[in-house]
Ligand binder design. Structure first.
Ligand code: GLU
Ligand code: ZN
Length: 303
């Protein structure tokens, strides 16, 4: 090695951290979604990064009228102020269509008219039945040709995740038969376009992560890091959700709710924080955030 090469330091500049919280407006935030919001906010702020909010409203049948406004008001009330402008998936058709076109041009998508029932009858996994059938767009879903499936990834909290290979190998749906954009398509295109460096979300989304990484790769983009937080469940093990009647967030007890969320994430919040304001609790959380205190198990009962 020449002297010259030795004297050149290898400068590695990590991209600035960009995280996001991406609620679906199917109902108000509850304790489980507050935990996801607080966890992603803490990771972003503790890494001196940006924290974006994206409204995942591409599935009108599942949406509750007014939920978006309620969620945004709740985030503000809980002091979870976002950077940059909000992104609404309902404004993103052009970006999704361009990606669909790129994939079609590259021969990486095809139409499929299989029903859930016919897939079940063939063993429950989709193994490319329609890849070579050359079906037209009428009453069909669009599937992604998953040439390089991803069945393993390193989660920043849970460690190495191994997904069932039959599931990972599937040519998954990118546009639904009813014409709506599929979640996998929208989430990846949005994470690319907003330059997200780490996705922090609930552990219920561990399994689709392999698909999302495969999709990033196919689009020629580097996948972000993924970090899946433990899920708040009812005592019977069911995830807190609107369907399982998760209790409403106590808006008059915001400080206590935030402390509960931080403690759920393993942070040792001192009792004195109860006398502080919402902003003071969040500041304490960011200053003391310890990722290694967050439980690795996927589910924790709260009642
Ligand atoms: N919109 C999804 C949900 O509310 C989250 C998607 C994500 O964080 O990737 O469950
Ligand atoms: Zn098919």
């Amino acid at each position: 090695m020449s002297d010259n090469a030795e004297s050149q330091p290898l400068i590695k500049t990590a991209a600035p951290y960009r995280g996001r919280f991406a609620p679906s407006p199917s109902g108000p935030l509850h304790f489980g979604s507050l935990v996801a919001a607080v966890g992603s906010y803490m990771q972003a702020r503790a890494n001196r990064g940006q924290w974006l909010v994206r409204i995942e409203n591409i599935d009108p049948p599942r949406e509750m009228p007014g939920a978006t406004d309620i969620i945004l008001r709740q985030l503000e009330l809980f002091g979870l102020h976002w950077d940059e402008s909000l992104l609404y998936q309902s404004d993103r058709s052009q970006a999704y269509d361009e990606t669909l076109q790129r994939l079609a041009d590259a021969g990486l998508s095809y139409h499929c008219n299989c029903t859930r029932k016919s897939i079940m009858a063939r063993g429950g996994y989709y193994s490319g039945h329609c890849r070579k059938r050359d079906l037209g767009p009428d009453n069909t879903a669009l599937r992604f040709v998953n040439h390089h499936p991803v069945a393993e990834f390193d989660d920043q909290l849970q460690g190495k995740i191994i997904l069932p290979s039959d599931f990972a190998n599937e040519d998954f749906i990118i546009r639904r038969r009813d014409g709506l954009y599929a979640y996998q398509l929208a989430v990846v295109v949005d994470d690319i376009d907003t330059g997200i460096t780490e996705v922090v979300r609930g552990a219920d989304l561990i399994t689709p992560t392999g698909r999302q990484i495969a999709f990033f790769n196919a689009l020629g983009s580097t996948a972000p890091d993924y970090l899946h937080l433990p899920l708040a469940t009812h005592a019977d093990g069911h995830k807190l959700s609107k369907q399982t009647h998760a209790p409403a967030l106590r808006e008059d007890q915001r400080v206590l709710e935030l402390i509960d969320a931080l403690r759920f994430l393993g942070q040792k919040v001192p009792n004195e924080c109860q006398d502080g304001s919402v902003d003071e609790v969040l500041q304490w959380g960011v200053a003391h955030w310890q990722l290694d205190q967050v439980a690795k198990c996927e589910k924790i009962a709260i009642d």
